[in-house]
Design a protein around this ligand. Structure first.
Ligand code: GLY
Length: 436
């Protein structure tokens, strides 16, 4: 079984490791940078950009894989799934059109609205012609979120109270977005606790993986600027401390309806990961956004829990028989903590040497944005190393992940509080306050 994996982050490192648990897997990888973890698991690899469709196509034709897995959003938004399908290569990951679930915020909001799927906030979409109506809409909301309509690498979304204060500033940001994007989505701001529900879809059947909570702020105690995610946890009971099974099921119901709506709207089946960014509010579970891929770091929390062969799961997504296989997850708690360059995200210390000493036996590390050079490992401007703990309960998983951070030396920092009892209690109390 030849598998081509596209992507070079920690998310793809854990995907590679899990694909290789099947002894038949021969892994090839197409990476943007030399991730030593993925390369050590690969029989062959190619370095190139995710928009170099010719290079990806040539490499895929040379390898002739039985299966391809596309990890990040960038190749999905460039149509790599379409390209592979044209060469008769089965790909896990949506086509360019269906990746609009992530790349076009207006597509997703309009889809939920048209098919009367619950979970949407109040929202309006503005362009240069109707932007004059934005003031009235924003004034009627009790706090807003502004989303450029397109991929922004996690940096474009701005939340009132966090990134700006007044309605005037909201309007100014809308106008700024319209300089570079054809439209901007303005939404009602939700109050609550966020969680990630990563679902596997074959276009007809949707299966939820255990829920995960990510931590976006850079510093301990949820201080500092937003990041791609500083770390995440999941629990052995496949719930979260502030979340019931009913609320998780609601997220799955919404996602199943979205998969059905995508088919009705486009005539195409969505084969890949539908990552629902959800929030529990006083009014129930609401949808913040969808991503067309696994989360990073959230992939680290769920993919290693799979008891079912990942190759079998991928084939079931492609062959549309996810309902015919039993997908099982270990009842373990997980904690992932990202080591990131000092100064990240605003002024990261890049090109700095990283040394990895003895990793504790029960911990794992996954390589993210690092560069393997002849004289060792170096940081780049983004998240460097994911330290991962898995155990029977959260306390032990957190301790293992924290221990693992000590084996990595360099100009890096991490959030010690992720997965700790104190922070979890804060989340639970926040939710109690909101629910009243
Ligand atoms: N952790 C957030 C994301 O993957 O987009």
């Amino acid at each position: 079984m030849k598998v081509l994996l596209i992507g070079s982050g920690a998310r793809e490192h854990v995907i590679a490791e899990t694909l290789k648990k099947n002894k038949q897997t021969i892994l090839y990888s197409y990476l943007k940078s030399k991730n030593p973890g993925i390369i050590s698991l690969s029989k062959g690899f190619e370095i190139g950009n995710y928009n170099d469709l010719g290079r990806i196509s040539d490499y895929a034709k040379k390898i002739k894989p039985d299966l391809a897995f596309i990890g990040p959003e960038e190749p999905l938004s460039n149509g790599v799934a379409d390209l592979l399908t044209e060469s008769n290569i089965n790909a896990v990951g949506p086509t360019k059109s269906l990746a609009r679930l992530e790349t076009s915020k207006s597509f997703t909001r309009n889809l939920l609205k048209k098919y009367r799927i619950e979970g949407n906030p109040k929202f309006e979409i503005f362009n240069r012609e109707n932007i004059k109506n934005a003031k009235g809409f924003i004034d009627d909301l009790n706090g807003c979120v502004i989303k450029p309509d397109g991929l922004t690498g996690g940096k474009g979304v701005k939340v009132q109270g966090d990134h700006f204060k007044t309605n005037k500033e909201a309007l100014e940001y809308c106008n700024e977005v319209l300089q570079t994007h054809p439209s901007v989505v303005v939404e009602e701001k939700f109050e609550g606790e966020e969680f990630s529900l990563q679902c596997l879809s074959d276009g007809k059947n949707v299966i939820a993986m255990p829920p995960v909570q990510d931590h976006k702020r850079a510093f301990v105690n949820d201080k500092g600027p937003n990041t791609g995610g500083m770390g995440s946890y999941s629990c052995e009971d496949h719930l979260l401390p502030f979340l019931t099974k009913k609320e998780i099921d609601k997220g799955l119901i919404i996602t199943q309806k979205v998969a059905d709506a995508i088919y009705r709207e486009t005539g195409e089946f969505y084969k890949g990961v539908m990552y629902a960014g959800l929030i529990l509010t006083k009014e129930g579970v609401k949808l913040l956004e969808y991503n067309a891929r696994f989360g990073d770091p959230e992939a680290m929390n769920v993919v290693p829990l799979l008891e079912t062969d990942f190759i079998e799961v991928c084939n079931a997504m492609i062959n549309q028989n996810l309902n015919k296989i039993k997908i099982k997850f270990q009842n373990k708690a997980t904690v992932c903590k990202y080591l990131v360059p000092e100064g990240y995200p605003d002024n990261p210390a890049k090109n700095k040497k990283i040394n990895i000493r003895k990793v504790p036996q029960n911990a794992r590390i996954y390589y993210a944005s690092v560069e393997q050079r002849e004289d060792g490992l170096y940081s780049t401007s983004s998240r460097a190393i994911a330290c991962f703990g898995i155990a029977d309960n959260l306390e032990n998983a957190e301790r293992i992940a924290e221990e693992a951070t000590k084996s990595v030396k360099g100009r890096l920092f991490h959030r010690e509080d992720i997965g700790t009892k104190r922070l979890i209690e804060k989340r639970v109390n926040h939710m109690k306050e909101i629910l009243g």
